[in-house]
Design a binder for this molecule. Structure first.
Ligand SMILES: Nc1ncnc2c1ncn2[C@@H]1O[C@H](COP(=O)(O)OP(=O)(O)O)[C@@H](O)[C@H]1O
Ligand SMILES: [Mg+2]
Length: 298
């Protein structure tokens, strides 16, 4: 591989929290697998100080915050090294709002990796504000690292699961999922859920019969067609195709039990284009028990 300076890095958001350290270790191994540098990134945020802090104190506070940011980055460096001694590290601290800086950073990143929670927020919150904003508006794939509970370490074994709905966005998710399964040498489970229970109920109230068996056959064929080209491109990846008659979130969560990564498109077929994240992706960020990769077409 040609090593140039413009080589895209895996970027990880570092904020001094334990979930960010889980994300750092995950990202270090990912960077090594992909033969790219790991870019440790801290956005140093100066809080609104209000009228009771003298203007002259502001510089001192910012200086202390920057010092703290550098400490967090040094700590993350050590964790990354420990996760994989072969990792090539870069660090960067920038002064500015975290979500905005990370979204900017994502424009030239291979992917952005974040903890599901950070230092702020409140106990019991399932996903932090920075993570959900970057997952919704980032330019690159965004991986939110989590385990059984949001702040738990992520699982390290199991298949990669991808949600396929047939849209252009899910096509990008399928591409990313095949890469991940191939890099990790684990099976890929492609899940296509095909009915909203509410739709089925509405239909059954109408005066005509639906041959659900035939519909299911069609959905199976559709999924097989979607996957055919990819299976050819990645002959070494073992693929399991699952057609599930269930709501997307429930169907995906059930199939993702024991998985090490779940990959979804940022939006589905039914979402207004102005919205950042589709409802399925959003729900998975809250309820998945493994890291979630949110992918959008480049
Ligand atoms: N200032 C920051 N600089 C870099 N990354 C950050 C920063 N704040 C948060 N992150 C990243 O986002 C993840 C989630 O944090 P966040 O969304 O802020 O949760 P919370 O609301 O619990 O603080 C963190 O684990 C970290 O990866
Ligand atoms: Mg925070």
């Amino acid at each position: 591989m040609v090593e140039t300076k413009a080589r895209q890095a895996v970027v990880v958001g570092v904020d001094g929290s334990e979930p960010a350290l889980h994300a750092t270790r995950w990202a270090a191994r990912e960077a090594v697998r992909r033969h790219v540098p790991l870019h440790l990134f801290n956005a140093c945020v100066l809080p609104a100080l209000g009228p009771h802090v003298a203007g002259s104190a502001e510089a001192g506070i910012l200086e202390a915050l920057i010092e703290q940011g550098h400490r967090w980055l040094r700590q993350a460096r050590a964790e990354a090294w420990e996760a994989d001694g072969g990792v090539e590290l870069q660090t960067e601290l920038r002064v500015g709002p975290a979500a905005g800086e990370l979204i900017d950073e994502s424009a030239h990143a291979l992917m952005v990796v974040l903890g599901s929670r950070g230092l702020g927020g409140f106990r019991g919150m399932l996903v932090g504000s920075v993570s959900s904003a970057v997952a919704a508006h980032g330019h690159s794939p965004v991986v939110v690292v989590r385990g059984r509970m949001p702040a738990d370490p992520p699982p390290e074994s199991g298949p990669v699961v991808v949600g396929v709905d047939g849209s252009e966005v899910s096509e990008a998710a399928v591409a990313f999922a095949f890469e991940e399964a191939a890099l990790r040498a684990v099976p890929l489970v492609a899940v296509h859920t095909w009915v909203d229970v509410s739709v089925a109920e509405t239909w059954s109230a109408l005066p005509f019969d639906v041959d659900w068996e035939a519909v299911e056959q069609d959905e199976r064929r559709l999924l097989a067609e979607r996957m055919a080209g990819w299976r050819e491109k990645y002959p070494d990846v073992e693929v399991r195709q699952e057609v599930v008659r269930d709501r997307p979130v429930r169907g995906l969560l059930a199939r993702a039990e024991g998985a090490q990564l779940i990959v979804v498109g940022s939006r589905g077929r039914h979402v207004l284009s102005g919205m950042g994240l589709g409802s399925t992706s959003q729900a998975l960020l809250h309820h998945s028990e493994c890291p979630v990769a949110v992918v959008r077409p480049s």
